[in-house]
Ligand binder design. Structure first.
Ligand code: ADP
Ligand code: MG
Length: 711
């Protein structure tokens, strides 16, 4: 007798599978029984048992399905042209249906008026008719000859009952039905070996079915309820495991490191406020309260600050940094781009003019003696504040006493990168800085919990005073001349404009590029206007110089690439034009728009674009419909789907297979709550009976989350 089938059994050793199929499965990375069971269907197709045409029509009215109808062919029509269309009318005593074959001239000889038989295929209602697209036609006489020559699918099981059929991720070489066949051979025995990492009372309290049952039903569902129950359990496990990981990491950070407590005293508060050139809003005060409370503790703050573009996050960050300096320690601010680092540097220098506080500016472009001097000054404590790009996170840079690190993020990067800044502390129980991560754009709550699950969150709502609403227009590219002509009248009144194009240099992609667009504007609609440019291929000095003249008002228009996306703050700029807007992501468009509306002049943002894809259309519609960053973030998640937004490459986390952040928000909340309670009870998952769970966790997230090597 052959060995019992387990998850480890090689597909090649399974009885009754064609070796050629085994090869193709292997080419698709399906090599063991376990691979098959973990290869989840991407959807389920409804298959109806044979019914009369009228009954089938009723069933299909709500939801498409693969159906089976029997009848007599009343008429056959052939439409020629590009790809012949064969259309047959099938009748039974209850009604009639339309059978359509596209690009299938050969069908014309296979079906004739008067024939009787069975048609089987995907059906929907069109123009009030039940219509089957490219169905299988099985005439009553001569059963086989009329079938298409396509690879013959394995015969479907009993047709006497409605059922669901799993549709798998497949390819041209490997059909979903073939995967279905292979899964069928291993599903029962493998499921019999699956142990459930969750205790049964725990499951029952949350309405979760057993894990083995979930696997079985997901592959072999009878109805929608089966699919829903299986999906819920599998999605819960994915969400719960990640939450366990982030909660465990949080607990480890607390227990294995310490931080310098920075108490906020009234005199310190007064001194800091005296340096900030405006009165903080109530929202900023509230968020600063949350931050200061954390920073007063002897363990490190780990906080995410979310706020829309222009909501005033910088002042909050400055406050946190000055709190460290007031206590005689150092602070660092890491910006996503040099331009932004430069701007932060200028803002801080301005605020701290005439004070004792010394600031070092450190980016990748510093070299030689200049760099040595700055790096040495951070180590000796000559500098109180370091501002720079990710170059600040490099291992060569040490601080005398770094108490606060602020990370102003452009890209969502994972816990792993965030850990780098923590290496900057020293001591036996490693001393780590309080960390504040600021997102450049708001992200949906579900995503925040997933990507930043190890952080506490503060949300800065609303806008500081002095901002004006930005009027947004989405227009097609033919209107560009009109747009530029109108904007010309505003430039003549002294306003300043950004024009964003997608390319630096001319290429055969047919995209507007910086140099040509500057020329176009200078020679055409904006003749006589001083125009400058900004892009990533320029040296830092050139960029700085161009920014400076634009900021001074001597230059009125700046043609730039997306490089100005993040953070740039020039109040007199009140016009933004984005060429090829359909090519930019929704969050990017929102960021770009956030560059204007920062001064007293009513601002205008024009997106020139003509979307070819549905997604592009959705993005342009969304950006025109709202200017609320939190709403935009939710829409972005819906349009792109969590896979993209989740950005597993960026976050370093494996993507979810079943869980879907757009529909599983509630389940995620439950999983987070459960994980928190679990880790509070058993921070290292050391209790009896959870070894399997811990093993699974370490395998999935141990490395990405740095579990076990905190500090
Ligand atoms: P973001 O959250 O996008 O980083 P910033 O911190 O750059 O936003 O702030 C946007 C603008 O609002 C800046 O010009 C800043 O000086 C101004 N600002 C911030 N807070 C206040 C406030 N309390 N009162 C007046 N202006 C403020
Ligand atoms: Mg900012």
């Amino acid at each position: 007798m052959p060995d019992a089938i387990t998850a480890k059994t090689r597909i090649a050793d399974l009885p009754g599978l064609n070796p050629r199929l085994v090869e193709r499965l292997s080419a698709f990375e399906l090599r063991t029984a376990g691979d098959l069971v973990r290869h989840f269907p991407m959807r389920h197709e409804r298959r109806l048992a044979e019914r009369t045409i009228a009954q089938t029509e009723k069933e299909v009215a709500d939801e498409q399905a693969v159906v089976r109808v029997r009848g007599t062919v009343a008429a056959v029509k052939v439409r020629r042209g590009r790809g012949a269309v064969v259309e047959a009318t099938l009748e039974d005593e209850s009604g009639s249906a339309r059978l359509m074959w596209f690009n299938a001239g050969w069908m014309r000889d296979k079906i004739h008026p008067g024939d009787t038989g069975v048609a089987e295929g995907k059906a929907k209602i069109r123009n009030g008719f039940l219509e089957l697209g490219n169905p299988r036609w099985i005439p009553d006489r001569a059963s086989d000859e009329a079938e298409p020559k396509a690879p013959k699918p394995p015969s479907a099981p009993a047709e006497s009952m409605d059922r669901l059929r799993a549709v798998y991720p497949a390819s041209e070489q490997l059909l979903s039905s073939e995967i279905e066949l292979a899964v069928g051979k291993v599903l029962q025995p493998v499921c019999a070996t699956i142990e459930d990492p969750l205790p049964s009372e725990f499951r029952q309290a949350r309405g979760l079915i057993a894990l083995a049952e979930a696997y079985r039903l997901y592959h072999d569902a009878r109805d929608d309820e089966d699919v829903a129950a299986a999906r819920k359990r599998l999605a819960y496990d994915e969400l719960f495991l990640l939450q366990l990981g982030v909660m465990m990491r949080r607990a480890q950070l607390r227990s294995r490191t310490r931080a310098i407590p920075l108490k906020l005293e009234p005199t310190i508060d007064q001194h800091i406020r005296a340096r900030i050139p405006f009165t903080l809003t109530a929202e900023q005060d509230r968020v600063i309260g949350e931050i200061a409370k954390d920073m007063g503790e002897p363990f490190a703050m780990n906080r995410l600050l979310q706020g829309d573009v222009g909501s005033g996050k910088t002042a909050v960050a400055v406050y946190a940094m000055l709190l460290a300096v007031a206590h005689g320690h150092q602070a660092a601010l890491v910006a996503p781009t040099e331009i932004l680092a430069e701007q932060h540097y200028a803002v801080l220098r301005n605020m701290l003019k005439g004070s004792q506080v010394r600031i070092a500016f450190v980016t990748g472009s510093n070299t030689g003696a200049e760099r040595m001097e700055r790096v040495a000054g951070l180590a000796t404590g000559k500098f109180d504040i370091a501002i720079g790009t990710h170059a600040l996170l490099e291992s060569g840079i040490a601080f005398r006493s770094l108490a606060v690190a602020v990370i102003d993020e452009q890209h969502r990067f994972g816990v792993k990168q965030r850990a780098a800044i923590r290496q900057k502390g020293q001591g036996e129980l490693p001393l780590v800085p309080h960390t504040l991560v600021m997102t450049a754009t708001p992200i949906p709550r579900t995503l925040a919990i997933t990507l930043y699950g190890d952080l506490d969150t503060s949300v800065l709502r609303g806008m500081p005073p002095g901002r004006t609403r930005v009027i947004t227009r989405v227009v097609t590219p033919e209107k560009a001349p009109e747009v530029y002509a109108y904007l010309r009248t505003r430039l003549d009144r002294g306003e300043q404009a950004y024009v964003v194009v997608p390319a630096i240099e001319e290429s055969d992609l047919g995209l507007k590029d910086v140099a040509n667009h500057v020329r176009y504007l200078q020679e055409g609609p904006w003749k006589g206007i001083a125009i400058s440019c900004l892009h990533g291929a320029m040296t830092r000095e050139d960029r700085e110089a161009n920014m400076k003249v634009f900021r001074s008002g001597a230059v009125q228009a700046l043609v730039a690439t997306i490089i100005i996306e993040v953070g740039v703050d020039i109040p007199n700029a009140s016009i933004m034009v984005v060429e090829h807007a359909d090519r930019f992501g929704l969050a990017q468009l929102h960021q770009l728009r956030g560059r204007v509306g920062r001064g007293a002049t009513p601002s205008l943002c024009v997106f020139l674009g003509d979307a070819v894809t549905t997604e592009g259309k959705d993005r342009l519609a969304a950006i025109g419909a709202t200017d609320d960053g939190f709403e935009i973030a939710e829409t972005d998640l819906r349009i792109r789907g969590p896979g993209e937004v989740f950005g597993s490459r960026q976050s370093g986390l494996p993507p979810f297979q079943v869980a879907d952040l757009t529909r599983d928000a509630e389940l995620l909340g439950q999983a987070r709550q459960d994980a928190k309670e679990w880790i509070d009870r058993d921070p290292e998952l050391a209790a009896a009976g959870v070894a399997a769970l811990k093993h699974k966790l370490m395998l999935a997230y141990g490395k990405a989350l740095g579990l076990g090597d905190v500090g």
